[in-house]
Design a protein. Structure first.
Length: 93
């Protein structure tokens, strides 16, 4: 085909939306933008921080609070988990 990587990159667009509603998604697809490398790197950094903080705090909370969780919630509790993205994600369950 002979196309360069810059030609391929020019075919990539980003839809930005903050809500999962038909209108928000339609609006996002009607205003597609070129990807922003700085924004992409900031998303990568946020994911890395969320993972590292989540792992560290999950260990700490489990170590310090699993006994309390077993008494208050369920005797079978084995872990007390933390994650900045868990609260909105769990609402979809």
């Amino acid at each position: 085909n002979g196309s360069s990587s810059s030609d391929s990159a020019s075919c990539i667009h980003r839809a930005k939306f903050s809500a999962i509603t038909p209108k928000a998604i339609q609006d996002a697809f009607s205003t597609l933008e070129e990807p922003d490398p700085d924004l992409s790197r900031s998303v990568d950094a946020r994911q890395e921080l969320d993972l590292r903080i989540g792992v560290a705090l999950t260990r700490l909370l489990t170590w310090r609070c699993v006994g309390i969780a077993r008494k208050r919630f369920s005797a079978s509790t084995r872990m007390v988990s933390y994650g900045p993205c868990q609260t909105p994600a769990l609402s979809f369950c």
